[in-house]
Write a protein that binds this ligand. Sequence first.
Ligand code: ADP
Ligand code: MG
Length: 554
Amino acid sequence: MGNQPLIVLSEESQRTSGKDAQSMNITAGTAVAEAVRTTLGPKGMDKMLVDSTGSVVVTNDGVTILDEMDIEHPAANMVVEVAQTQEDEVGDGTTTAVVIAGELLSKAEDLLDQDIHATILAQGYRQAAEEAKNIVEGIAIEVEEDDTEALESVARTAMTGKGAENAKDHLSELVVRAIQSVADEEGIDTDNVQVETVVGSSIDESDLVEGVIVDKERVHDNMPKFKEDADIALVDTAIEVPETELDTEVNVSDPEQLQQFLDQEEKQLREMVDAIVDAGADVVFCQKGIDDMAQHYLAEEGILAVRRAKKSDMKALARSTGARVISNIEDTTADDLGFAGSVSEKELAGDEKIFVEDVDEARAVTLILRGGTEHVVDEVERAIQDSLGVVAATLEDGKVVPGGGAPETELSLQLRDFADSVGGREQLAVESFADAIDVIPRTLAENAGLDPIDSLVELRSEHDSDNTSFGLDANTGEVADMEGEAVEPLRVKTQAIESATEAAVMLLRIDDVIAAGDLKGGSGDDDDEPAGGPGGMGGGMGGMGGMGGMGGAM
Ligand code: ADP
Ligand code: MG
């Protein structure tokens, strides 16, 4: 064998291995955490994000910031995924999860520098995370299903520091009512709470419609605008005469034949409408089109009909009114119909919409959010989505933990004790994990303009005396019992720990990065990225680090 190197990779591909790979990934991961750190907690700051077309989003929501940021570095994206998982699983705690992941990585770097092997580190982190879940469960507080007050407190906590702040009492009441309405034997699907935003009045005037709002008008002006005690038909096929399948031409030689042909069509339409009328329907929602002639017949019968309703609306209507979706119009029976006390066409935000209300058991509801400007309502909507998520999680699991860094303080104390029982080199990893978790109370204090060291010392001393629900009240700046102040579902914490640990461990175990394109040169897969957009890690990440740096020193 000669000493000619064997080249197996193409010329453009780039390879980074060993310590370099690890430290590159750690830098990218921690930069993501830095980017959202200053938004954490009720006193966190907002960010203004401007995309390449100039459209602006002002937000405090971790996952929204990261989604808008157009991050390209693969390792950074693995940390962004932590936020996305958190959003999917609980709907809140996205910043927390990312900040923990970043801190786990940065603490790991110290250990790697001390020549602790990544495998040992990974093992220690995993052990610590397992134990952490037991510890938070140990301090969890039970919440009964009908404890509306506790649920509202959970809803309020998720809204603190967001655009919804001013009206959070009113909004949290609506959120809890909404979730309680859509809960059923199979659990809670927050998709059954539709959110409609309206620009142009105050947040206090937001309201909950215990029913469905369909963003459509009546199909014909001669139809009634209002139906009381309405029997409702949901049809998912067109109320039209099916077009002939074959592309044939019909040759008619005399006018009588043509008339016959048209009569035949009319007769078919008449039969369809009759089937609906005979079943007793007062209102028809059709997912497809309705022929002009059929519209006319329906109007004559005093029926309120809507065409081209969205599939999601049809589903919500079926849930709320108890209607069965009809695919075969001829076979419609009274049993297929649903019921609502009131169906009406009303104006909302400048458009006519159909309100289906007064249903027996509203299993799909609509939250109407109002606010002064579009940016305000958008941010309120994000806060509401978080809030819906946490109330649902609380109802499902029946457990909450106090906020303000209380669980994290308890965790880091108990994990340090646990570390002693682990022994070996893993012990160091468990200790680092415990240190890393402290980032949450520390950041809450920093963002509230308090001295993080003082706050941490005070928190630890309370927890040493078994005051497990003591946290940092960001509004008063005091360390106090948070149980009545801020509470979050247990799942927010367990999920954040789990996904943050997994992402950190996964990144740490990588010692070789082989990229098909040029990593630092920017996009390998993006096609039309404008020249000014974030490049790869070199440009993009550096910029973000700067953003995070605004929040003050660690
Ligand atoms: P996330 O995206 O992680 O939900 P948030 O900005 O919503 O980030 O902040 C959540 C953190 O704020 C949690 O640790 C929660 O306990 C804390 N928090 C909420 N209300 C208060 C409060 N009144 N005082 C102190 N901390 C609070
Ligand atoms: Mg939150």
